[in-house]
Design a protein around this ligand. Structure first.
Ligand code: GTQ
Length: 353
């Protein structure tokens, strides 16, 4: 493993004159940039950062008075990483935003090659429709919108509905693979019963004629089941020193991640500090219960219920819950694993391997 980067050769007047000449032909010397391209370890502009839900909520309510969900198509405030401003990125590879749908509003049907997840932060009773099925959304529910699946959102409840959107937008942009279209209707045709996907696929049983799919056929993983499973883990085993009791949302058809591009997790952390952990997957965390702080590299971020914070690739993470706490999180681990790139390290970050 490399521990030192490439040192940039000294620039001479003669070399500079050469660079200026070839610049006109759209060529540039590798040796001037090699050190910043092929780094001995991840060198990210992404910074550790946290957003308080109350501040997001206030801004969103103001946005609610400025533009309708219909006019905006999606009324979302993007959570932009301070090190990546103007790029609609929350980590280097992931996008996160908070979406508001007010009572009576619809966010019209569209589809795109970007995969999306929703994690419900406030409200109850609004719905998302995906591939002809509606799901009613409640606090802590994890909802999937697969790539190229038609989806529209609506709120028939009396309360504003807020959820966190997580999308693989930066990855799809990097690959130049974005396609999107509107349905031309506010809502799609509903052809399946509400909750049908979960009833068929959510109980370690599969319809015998189920076709394989790289995306989970379950598109709402309800919070009460996730929370119950965490409690069962707690009753049955000691917590992992880095992660507490941690679950990965999976595709019941093949056990792989629920979404092919984004790893999604929920964990129960006992009170007190975790052992340091770092991985090459920059991660977005949301607290659904409890409070505490997390030390990410040299930055300490305090969090409580519904607050959102991020850890960049290869930054050491130490969670320190003040009380038993629950964190939902998502990252790009499935992509990195498929490419053989994913690395992690438990314990003190005193080596680069
Ligand atoms: O709900 O379809 O935050 O298309 C960004 C892009 C949400 C959505 C976002 C989207 C959506």
């Amino acid at each position: 493993m490399l521990t030192q980067g490439h040192d940039k050769p000294k620039e001479t007047a003669e070399r500079q004159a050469f660079y200026d000449r070839i610049d006109k032909q759209h060529m540039t010397p590798l040796w001037s940039v090699l050190g910043s391209l092929v780094t001995p370890q991840p060198a990210s502009a992404c910074q550790p950062f946290g957003w308080k839900f109350d501040a997001i909520r206030d801004a969103m309510m103001e946005a609610g008075g400025l533009i309708t969900a219909k006019e905006a198509e999606r009324r979302v405030l993007i959570l932009e990483n301070p090190g990546l401003r103007g790029q609609s990125r929350t980590t280097t590879s992931l996008y996160a935003g908070v979406q508001l749908v007010l009572p009576g509003e619809v966010a019209p049907a569209h589809r795109h090659t970007q995969s999306a997840l929703r994690f419900v932060l406030e409200g109850e009773g609004a719905h998302t429709a995906v591939n002809g099925e509606k799901t009613i959304m409640r606090y802590g529910d994890f909802v999937i919108t697969p790539q190229l699946a038609w989806h529209d959102h609506g709120n028939e409840s009396e309360e504003p509905m807020f959820w966190l959107d997580g999308l693989d937008i930066p990855v799809i942009s990097m690959l130049d693979a974005s396609f999107a279209e509107g349905l031309g209707e506010d809502t799609q045709e509903i052809t399946r019963n509400t909750g049908q996907s979960y009833s068929e696929f959510g109980h370690a049983l599969l319809p015998d004629n189920a076709e394989q799919s790289i995306v989970s056929p379950i598109f709402n993983y309800p919070y009460d089941k996730s929370r119950e499973t965490l409690e069962a883990m707690k009753r049955g085993s000691d917590p992992d020193q880095c992660h507490g009791w941690k679950l990965r949302y999976s595709n019941p058809l093949n056990g792989s991640d629920a979404i092919p591009t984004m790893g999604t997790f929920i964990q129960l952390l006992p009170q007190g500090p975790t052992m340091p952990f770092r991985s090459t997957s920059g991660t977005v965390f949301v607290c659904t219960q409890g409070k505490g702080k997390t030390k990410i590299a040299d930055t300490t971020i305090e969090w409580g219920e519904k607050d959102i914070f991020i850890a960049p690739s290869w930054a050491s993470i130490i969670h320190e819950p003040e009380e038993e706490s629950v964190l939902f999180s998502f990252n790009d681990k499935p992509i990195q694993e498929k490419l053989g790139l994913y690395r992690e390290q438990r314990g003190n970050a005193n080596s680069s391997t």
